[in-house]
Every structure is written in C-alpha cells, then in structure tokens.
Ligand binder design. Structure first.
Ligand code: MN3
Length: 241
C-alpha cells in the first residue's frame, strides 16, 4: 500500500513539475507543437499547402523558390550555426531574446527560419476575417480595420531594402505595427519593435519579384487576399492569455 502511495505521489509530483515547467516556458503540452518559439531544429517544416494554393495573388513559382530554396537555406544554415553552441538545444524564442550575443549567422538564419514559418502559417485561403476579440483590439489600437490595414501596408511599403512588417502584441498587451530590417524580428533583443508576432509580411524582393517585379505595393495589396485569419486569430488568442 505504502509503495503504491509512493508511486502515486511520485507520479503526481512529476505531473505538477511538468505542468509548472511548461507553464514557466509559456507553453502547454497541447499548444507546444503550435508554439512558434518551439520550432523544430531537426526537421525542416513542411509548407502547409501546395505551391499554387495562393494563386493568383502569390504565384506557384515564387512559392517554390521561396520555400524550397530561400527558406530551406535559412533552416540549414541556422542548424549549422548553432551546432556545438549553447543555442543548439535552446528554444528559438529564448535564443532570439539574447540574439545580440549570438552573432550574425544565428541572427540572420534563425530569423530567416522563424519569420518564414510564421509567414507560411498566416497565409492561406478561405478564412473570413479577424475574430470579435481581435477586431476589438484592432479598433482600440488603430481606430478601425481600414486604418490598421493602411498602417500595416505603409510599414511594409516603407521598409527600405529587405525586411519584414509586423503586427505584434506588445508586452503591454496592446497591438502595434512596425517593421524590421533583414531577418530581424520583434522577439529579438536588438529589435526596437517588441512583442509577440500575430501577423507578418515578407518584403524581400524574392517574395514578389517574379510576379510583381519592382511593384512592392501591388504585392502588399494582394497579400490581404491570402491572410489565414483563423491562424492570426489563434495567435492573438494565445498571445493575450
Ligand atoms: Mn523570404
């Protein structure tokens, strides 16, 4: 009897410790696989849809080259850069929080890996729009959805050279829009824009040049047709918890 109780106690302590540990990391076991900061460092994630799924807004050839060459290279180079370092087994979110110490190879390729995983996920077809909760937060932060769209599009258009535009939930739990250069992102300690990414857009020329050439604004306008709001709503729900 004693030994059974002992086993039960050990089992309970283990469950509690595990729960405490996962809660401390801001993750639950259920959402762990979905948590962007807990990206696989051993397996290059599959594109969540076919190359032609976002036609005509984003063409299949661009998707193929973007995912299979650019994104894959970031992943491979990131894995190579962290090998044998303290970052090898660190969750990517934690690495980003101290990226200023990690060096350019980890910063550029780690950002390139994570930013694209998010970008693929927040795109898709056939979802309606922001949830009631996200709509309310957008109205509070920007005045209206149209104002938000304008602010986000302007951030994307005016990012000089290569980079990304973002919608984030700031540490103060309000929505904010901004942009980052190169492969930086708002989870990095070097980024002036800080928060949990809810939505992003890649404005490197490789994201649009084959179809849109130098017309970045046309690509940005087309992007609004392929936002996967179900995923954006989910990211917001997870971030406000
Ligand atoms: Mn890209």
């Amino acid at each position: 009897m004693k030994s059974i109780n002992f086993v039960k106690t050990i089992a309970l302590v283990s469950i509690l410790s595990f729960t405490a540990l996962t809660t401390m990391c801001g993750q639950t076991t259920n959402s762990k696989t979905n948590t962007m900061e807990n990206l696989s460092l051993t397996e290059f994630p599959a594109l969540p849809y076919a190359y032609d799924a976002l036609e005509p807004y984003i063409d299949a050839r661009t998707m193929e080259i973007h995912y299979d060459r650019h994104h894959r290279a970031y992943f491979n180079n990131f894995v190579a850069a962290i090998k044998g370092t303290v970052y090898e087994n660190m969750p990517v979110g934690k690495t980003f929080a101290e990226i200023s110490k990690a060096g350019d190879a980890i910063r550029n390729n780690g950002g390139g890996y994570y930013n694209h995983v998010l970008y693929w996920k927040i795109m898709g077809k056939g979802s309606s729009g922001p949830s009631t909760e996200l709509s309310a937060a957008i109205d509070k932060a920007f005045g209206s959805f149209d104002k938000f769209k304008e602010t986000f599009s302007t951030a994307a258009k005016t990012r000089f050279g290569s980079g990304w535009a973002w919608l984030v939930l700031t540490p103060e739990k309000t929505l904010a829009v901004g942009s980052t250069p190169n492969q930086d992102n708002p989870l990095m300690d070097v980024s002036p824009l800080k928060g949990t990414p809810i939505l992003n857009i890649d404005v490197w020329e490789h994201a649009y040049y084959l179809k849109y050439q130098n017309k970045r604004p046309d690509y940005i306008e087309a992007f609004w047709n392929v936002i996967n709001w179900d995923e954006v709503n989910r990211l917001y729900r997870e971030a406000v918890k």
